[in-house]
Design a protein around this ligand. Structure first.
Ligand code: PLP
Length: 285
């Protein structure tokens, strides 16, 4: 099926959608993005994603091209036109096309707005959630503003490829001896009743799923400790997991070849995944 995508106010078949070669997103990775999951044809934690979009735009001194209602309308229209029951909506805003290449930017250039859907049947009933995933650690050599969700994703892509070459599912970044986050997710370890995760700073992306999961964890009487942890501590933990908008809560059962806990998804990660999916489906828009 030819997807219908959205480019600068128009709904087009994906084969007819174009962006200028001078677009600063293309030349400079000068743009931000969001990914919102769709379950039962509805948007998961949409308000959270719009809040973070606004923050990313503010940090880069870019204007938000659409109102909240307009963003919602475009998301819903794309979900409807493409018949998405389970999947994602990808949204990208770049600093637009100034008509030439220049490091300095002008404030009066119209941003480029692109959205498209990805259909992923079985997103929620992912079999990996029943087996858990395996990860390796790799050095975090990304830039210092990882809290801004920019489209500068080369090193996370390289991290994924390093994982693939090592025969595992993903990579966890480490810096100064501590784990920062995964290539495209926030990471957690569990000891007894306590969930440990790195505090928010410019060193990690402020995950929308992270925020919801920590709220649900506290409501379910788990202790939450926000501090950095090492690879060795993670390897000795009872359980580990990661969160992202499309993986939800995903158990991690091996790190650098060492089994974590029993080497199988543990009760806490499994419970948190259930709670997250139940609560977010109820609140979907
Ligand atoms: N950390 C990084 C580097 C990411 O790229 C992502 C998502 O793409 C996350 C964390 C998780 O964020 P969210 O839960 O908002 O999807």
């Amino acid at each position: 099926m030819t997807r219908t995508v959205y480019v600068n106010g128009q709904y087009l078949p994906e084969t007819e959608a174009t962006v200028s070669i001078f677009d600063r997103g293309f030349l400079m990775a000068d743009g931000v993005y969001e990914v919102t999951s769709v379950l039962d044809g509805k948007l998961i934690d949409f308000a959270g994603h719009l809040r973070r979009l606004q923050r990313s735009l503010d940090e880069l001194e870019m204007k938000n091209p659409l109102s909240e209602d307009e963003w919602l309308a475009v998301h819903r229209e794309l979900v409807a036109r493409n018949g998405v029951e389970e999947g994602m909506v990808y949204l990208q805003v770049t600093r637009g096309n100034p008509g030439d290449r220049d490091f300095a930017w002008a404030a009066d250039v119209a941003p480029t707005v692109v959205l498209f859907t990805q259909t992923k049947p079985g997103l929620a009933d992912n079999p990996q959630a029943r087996t858990g995933i395996r990860v390796i650690s790799v050095p975090d050599i990304r830039w210092g503003r990882r809290d801004i969700k920019t489209v500068q994703l080369l090193y996370p892509s390289m991290g994924k490829m390093m994982a693939k070459k090592a025969g595992v599912d993903d990579a966890w970044f480490t810096e100064d001896g501590f784990v920062t986050e995964g290539t495209s997710n926030n990471v957690y370890i569990i000891r007894g009743n306590r969930i440990v995760t790195r505090p928010l700073s410019s060193e990690i992306l402020h995950g929308i799923t992270r925020s919801a999961v920590l709220r649900f964890a506290a409501e379910a009487q788990y202790e939450v400790e926000e501090r950095a942890f090492t690879v060795e501590e993670a390897q000795g933990a009872d359980e580990a997991f990661l969160t992202s908008a499309s993986a939800f809560v995903m158990p991690v059962v091996e790190l650098d070849g060492a089994a974590i806990g029993t080497g199988k998804p543990g009760p806490v990660a499994t419970r948190l995944r259930e709670i997250y999916l139940d609560e977010m489906r109820k609140a979907a828009v």
